[in-house]
Design a protein around this ligand. Structure first.
Ligand code: PEP
Length: 260
């Protein structure tokens, strides 16, 4: 249960930030600091960009060591769903990962566990890896409900997607740690990662280890300690992914930790 994953996945979530020129500059700095020629293969990197910037970023990231991700996907395949972007469209422009169930979407767009599960299903159907976010609010933690909440959120995805769940990435993101500067301790994160891993193992008989990321105020200062915690397979990084030096520092920490 507690063994460390020798591979790490570091995913940036740019949220609703950026501009054509700013993204190009950020990506240029990332690709200089994280060149494909030097990538060991132990650390995978991706950035999840606003949908309007997917196409230009896809061009900039083409053949690089940084994969392209989206921040949301429609639960529908196609048709009269004004404003939505389908999984097939994301694949069309070179998307490799899509975040589903981020707490900001659960909170501000009333996304339910079932909707999140459907979004994961649509992504899986076209070969895009859904990064399924789960996490408790501060009130839920204080009420001792953390385990129940994250297990309920993950159970919906498992129930709808069956054995395909072996293809997802899970991100444990305590809501109280997102954008607050208040990171979960390594022990708090490990405890939740362990129970999510147990839930996944019980749900699908598989030999493969499902990647479980930690997210919530991970930054250049705390990444090494979090990433070296058994059970934490990488990070979903919000604020710190907007500065190339910070994101590169986290990637370097992931690389160092994956060597041990
Ligand atoms: C996130 O939005 O997924 C996130 C983890 O944000 P931050 O790193 O800014 O807390």
């Amino acid at each position: 249960m507690n063994q460390s994953n020798p591979h790490k996945l570091i995913v940036g979530n740019w949220k609703m930030n950026g501009s054509l020129a700013g993204n190009a500059a950020l990506i240029q700095d990332l690709l200089i600091g994280w060149p494909k020629s030097q990538a060991s293969g132990r650390v995978q990197a991706a950035v999840c960009v606003p949908s309007v910037y997917l196409t230009p970023c896809s061009g900039l990231l083409h053949h690089s060591a940084v994969d392209l991700g989206a921040q949301d996907v429609s639960a529908h395949e196609a048709g009269a769903y004004t404003g939505e972007v389908s999984a097939a469209m994301l694949r069309d422009v070179g998307v490799r990962y899509v975040i589903v169930g981020h707490s900001e979407r659960r909170q501000y767009h009333a996304e339910t566990d079932q909707l999140v599960a459907q979004k994961a299903q649509k992504a899986l159907a076209v070969g895009i890896t859904p990064v399924v976010c789960v996490g408790e609010t501060l009130l839920e933690r204080q009420a001792g409900q953390t385990a129940d909440v994250v297990k309920r959120q993950l159970a919906a995805v498992i129930q709808l997607n069956g054995h395909c769940v072996s293809e997802i990435v899970v991100a444990y993101e305590p809501v109280w740690a997102i954008g607050t500067g208040q990171t979960a301790t390594a022990e708090q994160a490990q405890e939740v990662h362990d129970l999510l891993r147990a839930q996944l193992k019980a749900a699908v008989s598989m030999h493969e280890r499902i990647c479980i990321l930690y997210g919530g105020s991970m930054n250049a200062g705390n990444a090494k300690s979090l990433l070296s915690t058994p059970g934490i397979d990488g990070g979903l990084i919000g604020g710190a992914s907007l500065k190339a030096t910070d994101f590169l520092s986290i990637l370097a920490d992931a690389e160092a930790v994956s060597k041990v």
